[in-house]
Design a binder for this molecule. Structure first.
Ligand code: F6R
Length: 611
């Protein structure tokens, strides 16, 4: 969602803010703005991208040592210049940037309107800065206290930063439900929605907890809760490096991240199992062995691509550990009245660790007594912090809005957890585990081999770039892969695509097939191979075009399909790690052919911190 960056210190703020906003642009990109304080409060903002903001600001007075910037993903109010952040208080002395949603903004706004406030924008964020001003005026308290009192009145989620014309040595930030990290440099401070704008300047950071407010005043940082309890900042060292958040010679982050998969899968597995003994080194397995041993059911929650990783995990846990699994969209699960309790394990999968629905789902599961494991990529994010245990996926920062390496890292970790659960429950012998581990060891190299299909995919993309629809079919482990392939295509190329279990085709989607319809089929050699061949024949009989993902050396499917893309042979449970890669490349190159903005597809945001 929206991206926030702020700076106070001896350097020029504007270049830091612009660079930071560019790094955060993947979070939201319908408008951008900065506030700079240097005697006067200067606001530059516009609909569009950070580059548009640079044009707007060009030639104006930009020198300041205190400032803040924002990239917006619209929730309240259409994306236009006026609704862009920062927003000012009525008297213009306070400026705010905000990520999140103030749910009771309507009621607050009505009360403020009655008191004579006039609003320029349609945003909930402007209401908050007026509220702070109003409290200050009425109670004559300091700004710090007015912010605290205002936040006590707010229902909803926020990460905010506030600056005041009357106090150029002060920066205030607060969070509830949306992340905010404070960077601590040498005589300078940064605030941002994630560490990417900060890492270039300092590695010392503190992540605010929900309900905390950070005050920087005269070069000192203090933190208190909205209940007025002082907190000692917990300062940690960032592990992220600059290289990881830059494109490194690739045209897009998405392409870089697709190519990083041999390494990201390796990193997600590294040090977590011992192929020579068949033992695991994962804290969650050790600490929760007693629970896992008697586990009767697992519920997996997630959204989008992470939900697809959950579907793969359903097959994994049932196949390998013989534990019944339910996979739920977090957004549905949280609003049902699901039957869960102390005997259940809920696994939340999320790249960002901030997805509002997933976070709410696990809070509900905890209230009902379930144990929660988080499988997340962003270290220190909200979901791992709210979970009892879990495992990071260690894929490294994922900047492209379409999730790629995060998915394969999630699947890798879920394979490990399924194996670990099987070990604890005695469903796999050590020798079986050692064999599977040896196959897992070989996966990064097989992904490297799979990536060699890139030139072939480029040709395919040229051929199919103007298709209006795509169908993706798979069975077993191939089904979630089909769903993921279809999601990738629609989100970055805006071509309508559907993923289906291949056998379900006869129950409706087959009506769509004609000579115009490309059908991507996951047809690797496994127990469903002959069945999927029948499905391919059904498509061919209706003149559909078959693009098949096959196991290397395959001849049967090759004889029927219009195009085949080979992937190395691997156990069925690992096929999603390989078969997804050509589908990622296909969506990428089709989007490029169509001239789409691959890293920032329209209407999407990387981290969905609102429901
Ligand atoms: C698709 C995509 C989204 C996310 C979804 C969940 O490419 O990126 O569907 O998977 O928004 O996000 P996380 O994993 O951060 O919870």
């Amino acid at each position: 969602m929206c991206g926030i960056v702020a700076y106070i210190g001896p350097r020029e703020a504007y270049p830091i803010l612009i660079k930071g906003l560019k790094r955060l642009e993947y979070r939201g990109y319908d408008s951008a703005g900065v506030a700079l304080l240097n005697g006067v409060m200067r606001i530059y903002k516009t609909k569009g991208k950070v580059s548009d903001l640079e044009h707007v600001a060009e030639g104006h007075q930009l020198s300041a040592h205190l400032g803040m910037g924002h990239t917006r993903w619209a929730t309240h109010g259409e994306p236009n210049d006026v609704n862009s952040h920062p927003h000012l208080s009525q008297d213009g002395s306070l400026a705010i940037i905000h990520n999140g949603i103030i749910e009771n903004y309507g009621t607050l706004k009505e009360a403020l309107l009655e008191r004579g406030h006039v609003f320029k924008s349609d945003t909930d964020s402007e209401v908050l800065v007026h509220l702070i001003e109003e409290i200050r005026k009425n109670t004559k308290v300091e700004l710090d206290e007015a912010v605290r009192l205002a936040l006590c009145e707010v229902v909803g989620a926020y990460a905010i930063v506030i600056i005041s014309k009357d106090d150029p040595t002060k920066l205030i930030g607060a969070r509830k439900g949306s992340p905010l990290v404070v960077g601590i440099g040498d005589g300078e401070y940064f605030m941002a929605s994630d560490a990417s704008p900060i890492v270039e300047y300092t590695k010392d950071v503190t992540y605010l907890e929900d309900g905390e407010i950070a005050f920087i005043k005269d070069g000192k940082l203090s933190i208190k809760t909205i209940d007025n309890v002082a907190k000692t900042p917990f300062i940690q060292t960032l592990e992220m490096n600059l290289e990881a958040i830059e494109k490194g010679g690739y045209t897009h982050f998405m392409l870089k991240e697709i190519h990083e998969q041999p390494k990201s899968i390796y990193d997600s597995l590294r040090g977590r199992f011992d192929t020579s003994t068949g033992n695991f080194a994962m804290r969650s397995l050790k600490e929760y062995a007693h629970k896992i041993k008697n586990l009767k059911r697992i519920i997996i929650v997630g959204c989008g691509t992470s939900w697809h990783a959950g579907l793969v995990a359903e097959y994994l846990f049932e196949d390998i550990a013989r534990i019944p699994v339910e996979v739920e969209y977090a957004s549905e699960f949280r609003y049902r009245n699901p039957v869960i309790g102390e005997d259940d394990l809920v696994i939340a999968i999320s790249q960002s660790g901030e997805t509002a629905d997933t976070l709410a789902a696990i809070e509900m599961a905890k209230e009902k007594g379930a144990t929660v494991f988080g499988v997340c990529n962003v270290v220190g994010s909200s979901i791992p912090r709210a979970s009892h245990a879990g495992a990071y996926t260690h894929a490294g920062p994922e900047i492209g809005v379409a999730s790629t390496k995060a998915f394969t890292a999630q699947v890798s970790v879920m394979i490990l957890l399924a194996l670990g659960f099987a070990d604890i429950k005695g469903k796999k012998s050590k020798s079986e585990l050692r064999n599977i581990m040896a196959e897992l060891d070989a996966i990064p190299a097989k992904v490297e081999t799979t990536l060699k299909c890139e030139d072939q995919i480029k040709e395919l993309a040229k051929k199919y770039k103007d298709s209006h629809n795509f169908l993706y079919l798979g069975r077993g482990y191939g089904f979630p892969v089909a769903l993921e392939g279809a999601l990738k295509l629609k989100e970055i190329s805006y071509i309508h695509a559907e993923g289906y279990p291949a056998a379900e085709m006869k129950h409706g989607p087959i009506a769509l097939i004609d000579e115009e319809m490309p059908v991507v089929v996951i047809a690797t050699k496994n127990a469903h191979y002959e069945k999927i061949i029948s499905n391919i024949q059904e498509v061919k009989a209706r003149k559909g075009k078959i693009i098949a993902i096959v196991t290397e050396g395959d001849t049967k499917v090759r004889a029927m399909a219009d195009y085949v893309i080979e992937i190395p042979d691997a156990p069925d449970i690992m096929v999603p790690l390989l078969a997804t890669v050509p589908l990622q490349l296909l969506s990428y190159y089709i989007a490029v052919e169509r001239g789409c903005n691959v890293d920032q597809p329209r209407n999407l945001a990387k981290s969905v911190t609102v429901e």
